[in-house]
Design a protein around this ligand. Sequence first.
Ligand SMILES: *Cc1c(COP(=O)(O)O)cnc(C)c1O
Length: 446
Amino acid sequence: MAYRAVFRCIAGCSGEHPVWDPIYRCPSCGDLLEVAHDVESLKDRSAAAWMRLFDERYKRTTWPYGSSVWGKKEWVCPDVRNDSVVSMDEGGTNLFWAERFGRELGMDDLWVKLCGNSHTGSFKDLGMTVLVSVVRQIMDEGGDIRAVACASTGDTSASLAAYAAAGGIPAIVLLPRGKVSTAQLLQPIANGALVLALDTDFDGCMAIVQRLSQDEGIYLANSMNSLRLEGQKTVAIEIVQQLDWTVPDVVVIPGGNLGNVSALGAGFDMMSDLGLIDRQPQIVVAQAEAANPLYLAYGRDWEFEPVGAKPTQASAIQIGNPVSVRKAIRTLRRHRGIVEQASEAELAEAAARADRTGMYNCPHTGVALAALIKLRERGRIDAGARVVVVSTASGLKFTDFKLGYHERRLPDVPATWANVPVELPNDYDAVRRAIDEHSAGRESAP
Ligand SMILES: *Cc1c(COP(=O)(O)O)cnc(C)c1O
C-alpha cells in the first residue's frame, strides 16, 4: 500500500502541494500549511499492527527505523527514501517517574519526558531530521537549493547546523546577538554553519529569514515549515508507547513559537484517528510571563494579539508573535487546553527545586514545572492524575542560568535553593568542620 502525505492549507483552502515544494504558506490565503496524511491508506494496518511495528523497530539499528522518528516513518513522511534520510538516532528519550518531586507536590503519578537528551540537546532534533532529509532528497534529485536557513532562539540553529552538516548541506543561522546561551552559540559554530548574530530579537531575525527564503533560493527551516512538526509529533506517540500504549491524563509543555504544542496535539489526534487510543489527554501550555501572548489570549476566549517579548531566562521561548499560534489554539480547543504563566522567580525556583530531587532542568522546563505547581495548588490538576511534563532541552546548555541562580545573581529571583561551593584551605580539620556544620544545618532546616 502506498502511503501519501501532502501540504494543505490550515484554513481549508482547496488544493494540495507536494512536500517537495519549497512553500511555507498557502498560495491562496497566506495562512500556514500543514502536512496531511492519507489516513484511509494507513488503515490498511490495524491499530494493534501499528503498535507492534513501532515496538519492533524501537531503538534497534536497522536503518533508519531505530530512530523513534523514522521508526514511525509511514506516519511522518512516507515518501522520503531511506537513503535520503539524515538521522542521528532521534527520540527514544527517557520518560521517568519523578517520584520524589511528585511526592512534594502531593502527586504519585508524575512523569518527565526528557526530550533534551538528544543529539543536540533539545527536542528540535525530532523535527529537524525530517526537514533536512526532505532537503537532501530534493537536492539529490537536482532541486535548486543554495542553503537551508533559520532564525533561532538557540536550539533550532544548533539542530539545523548539526543535521545540515551530517547531510552535507550548507546552513545559515540568524541569531539575536547576545540573547542565546554560550553553548547554543557554539553549537552551530562548531558544525560549520554561517552564523549571523543580528542586533535584534528573535522576531526580527524571523522577518529577515522569511524574506531570504522568498527571494534568494534559500530553504526555510523554521517551524512554520510544517515538515518539522511531523517529526515533533512523534513525541506524543512515543510517550504513549512508553506508557505501554496508554494515554496520560495531562501533558504540560512549554510554549514559545507554539509549533511543539501543535505537533503534540497532532500526534494524539493521529493515534486517535487510527484507533491506537480512545481518549485524549488534557494539554497545558506553560509560558514565561515575559513573553505570554498565548496566556493573554487564553484569558480572552482565545482572542490573540502579539506582544513585545521581554527578556526572560527562558530564552528559547522569548517570542511575542508566535508563528504557529492558530494551530496551537486549534489544538488547545480540542484538548481542554489550559495556559499558565510563570514569572522569572517562579521558573527559576521551580527548576532549582526539582533539581534537588535529581533532575537538571533547563529554564523552559522550569516554566513547565512552575505552571504544574501553580495548577496543582489551585486544584486544577488532580493529585492522582497521571501527568507528563515535557522537558524540552538539556540543562547542560544553560550553565549561565544555573550559575546565576546559585550565585544569587538572577534579577528578581530570591534563589531559595542556592548552593555554592565551600572554599577551604588544604586542611583536614577545616573539611571536617564544614561537614559537621552542613549536617547541623540540614537537621535544623524546615
Ligand atoms: C524551541 C523551544 C521551545 C518552544 O517550542 P515552540 O515550538 O517554539 O513553542 C521550548 N523549549 C526549548 C528548549 C526550545 O528550544
